[in-house]
Design a protein around this ligand. Structure first.
Ligand code: ZN
Length: 619
């Protein structure tokens, strides 16, 4: 294809709102233009690469037996009301009405649409398992769309939904998806970090996120230097940093017996005066000790708690709202004390998932005073009976600690877990930080921020139950299928390829997603140079490669800059002097130096190199 016939409006200047490389380069290289905030149009060059990403995803989905369908983008609001998400999704769901005043939504995701299609057709276990997918437009009315197509309002996603008679079958598809996702990202030339997470509230069945490292990523990842442990900080755990008697180390909680034994030489706990001491730092200075010798106790308010609190301290009269078959215990509001070693921090996301709570936050001072009978700053696990006390595993190893005494200006010292206090619940509620040790191998943990490109998720029967999907099993009994969902953002994947493959001059496309494989740059598109350029382009095209021929009447410098900016992997320069000796100059976009080769060897050389790269990406 000739450059002059393509619409490639490259820019010298950088768009003012473009802070990341992919956003900058997609505009500068003429791949993309902005229609409005969070709404982008792909221009010819950008759309060529976009379709290549789509096709890689399509090939890998087809290879594992997923079936592509084409549902609508506009979906009846009724389906979203059935699933319960009409109310839950909030303002990022774009709702609209037609002339008959019926509700519709512009799909941000399609569990409802797919499940409705399957519901109408599914009758027998013989039809299962079934995996359907689409590569289709989605819309989320983000408050702050940013970073170009990395976080746009309209985007294209591959979303797949699978339906199964049992968990084993779901697991098989889930595993196959995980392998397909690894291949998809590898073929796009991306280095992804698969992050396994327990999906907690969904029944603990499992999910895996595929992240790329990114300075603007909205996920904080905890990674191990020595093994492939990777977790979202919200879920990350680490090895206990205290000695546990064997064989307890596996669970990193000291048993009450062992804790008591460890406290054998600790003097009995006693009250001490700590006047005008409010913070742990004050206390440290006052007692001339370190934060790790304190038990820090905080009071939390949790809303929409779905955990059974009927046996928990102080909870017998809690107000319960709307219990259902799936959530028999829904407490509108409940209070908890959470205690952790003084040098560590409580992870509110872990706490919320432990309590199956909609939200968990530190409560107000008035509630602290009411629940602990003491001013803020003097809470502690000894004698705290008004509310359930949750302690972090780290507290189980504390046998001579300082803690609040539930009275103004008083603390206890020599407090020992097991001997002086226990808890309603003992769990890992600690925020893992850089430098903590890996629970798998003991290696050092470090932090990176990442962007999620894909997510695979076991949903269980959440949607199939709420939307009344059933089938008849082998015995003619009606059953509810289990379901999985699997998404990849196409735009975000494309932008991430540019994030990983660029330099100051522009994009450096991997061959698999490059808009063209080869750019031929005639120094002056005329005479023998033109003939040779045309012939080379036609031969390479015949060999199955995509060639862009820069036929513009521009200075060589301009053409070279545009070739670098648009990032086409192989550049062939044809000049009068070279062609007189039947030579052309070739260079990979990554390389600094070019080399002269015989014109009649150019096709073989380029074909071999591109095939090698494509094969390498597919391995
Ligand atoms: Zn490790």
């Amino acid at each position: 294809m000739n450059y002059s016939q393509l619409f490639i409006p490259t820019l010298r200047e950088i768009p003012a709102d473009a802070v990341i490389a992919s956003h900058r380069l997609m505009f500068r290289a003429g791949l993309l233009r902005k229609l409005s905030n969070g709404l982008f149009a792909y221009l010819p060059l950008g759309f060529r690469s976009f379709k290549k990403v789509e096709n890689i995803i399509r090939e890998e989905m087809d290879a594992i037996g997923a079936l592509e369908i084409k549902p609508t983008v506009i979906v009846p609001g009724e389906l979203w009301k059935e699933s319960g998400r009409w109310d839950l999704f909030g303002d990022s769901l774009l709702r609209l009405k037609n002339r008959l005043n019926n509700d519709f939504v512009v799909s941000p995701t399609a569990e409802e649409a797919f499940t409705a299609i399957v519901r109408d057709e599914l009758s027998s276990y013989r039809q299962l398992p079934l995996t359907l997918y689409q590569i289709n437009t989605k819309f989320r009315d983000e408050i702050r769309p940013r970073y170009g197509v990395m976080r746009g309002r309209e985007f294209v996603m591959k979303d797949a939904y699978s339906y199964h008679a049992d968990e084993a079958s779901l697991d098989e598809t889930y595993q196959a998806m995980g392998r397909a996702y690894r291949r998809i990202f590898k073929r796009c030339g991306l280095t992804v970090i698969p992050v396994k997470a327990d999906s907690g509230a969904m029944g603990g069945s499992g999910s895996e996120e595929f992240m790329v490292e990114s300075e603007i990523g909205d996920n904080t990842l905890i990674l191990c230097k020595d093994c492939d442990y990777a977790a979202n900080v919200e879920k990350a755990s680490c090895a206990a940093d205290y000695a546990l008697p064997e064989p307890e180390s596996a669970d990193s909680i000291m048993s009450i017996e062992n804790a008591k034994a460890a406290a054998a030489n600790t003097p009995p706990y006693e009250k001490i005066d700590t006047p005008d001491v409010k913070t742990i730092d004050d206390l440290c200075a006052f007692l001339k000790t370190e934060p790790k010798n304190f038990i820090k106790t905080l009071i939390y308010r949790a809303v929409n708690v779905e955990l059974d609190l009927s046996g928990a301290p102080g909870c017998s009269k809690l107000e319960r709202s709307k219990p259902s078959k799936d959530a028999p215990f829904v407490y509108t509001e409940a209070f908890f004390a959470a205690a952790i070693r003084g040098d560590l921090d409580i992870n509110e996301v872990k706490l919320a998932s432990l309590l199956k709570a909609g939200e968990v936050s530190l409560t107000c001072d008035a509630d602290v005073i009411r629940l602990t009978n003491a001013p803020v700053g003097f809470a502690g696990p000894i004698g705290l009976t008004e509310i359930p006390v949750i302690i972090d595993k780290s507290v189980s190893a504390m046998n001579d600690a300082v803690t609040g005494a539930l009275e103004k200006d008083l603390h206890y010292r020599h407090a020992a877990y097991g001997r002086d206090f226990t808890s309603w619940m003992i769990e890992d509620i600690r925020t893992v930080k850089a430098g903590d040790r890996c629970s798998l191998c003991g290696g050092e943990l470090y932090i990176k921020t990442g962007n999620e490109l894909g997510h695979i998720f076991k949903l269980g029967n959440k949607y199939t139950r709420s939307m009344n999907v059933t089938y008849l099993d082998e015995n003619g009994k009606s059953q509810i299928p289990v379901m999985g969902c699997y998404g990849v953002g196409v735009d975000r994947t494309l932008a991430s390829v540019i994030e990983e493959h660029h330099d100051e001059a522009g994009i450096i496309w991997p061959a698999s997603v490059a808009p063209f494989h080869i750019i031929i740059v005639p120094i002056k598109y005329a005479g023998e140079v033109k003939n040779s350029a045309d012939k080379l382009a036609s031969e390479l095209t015949k060999a199955g490669f995509e060639v862009l021929l820069d036929d513009r009447d521009e200075r060589p410098g301009v053409k070279f800059n545009d070739a670098d900016l648009t990032g086409i992997p192989w550049r062939v320069v044809i000049g009068e002097k070279g062609i007189a000796q039947k030579k052309v100059e070739i260079k990979h976009r990554r390389d600094k130096e070019n080399r002269m080769i015989d014109l009649n060897k150019a096709v073989i050389e380029l074909v071999k190199n591109i095939r090698d790269e494509l094969d390498q990406l597919k391995k």
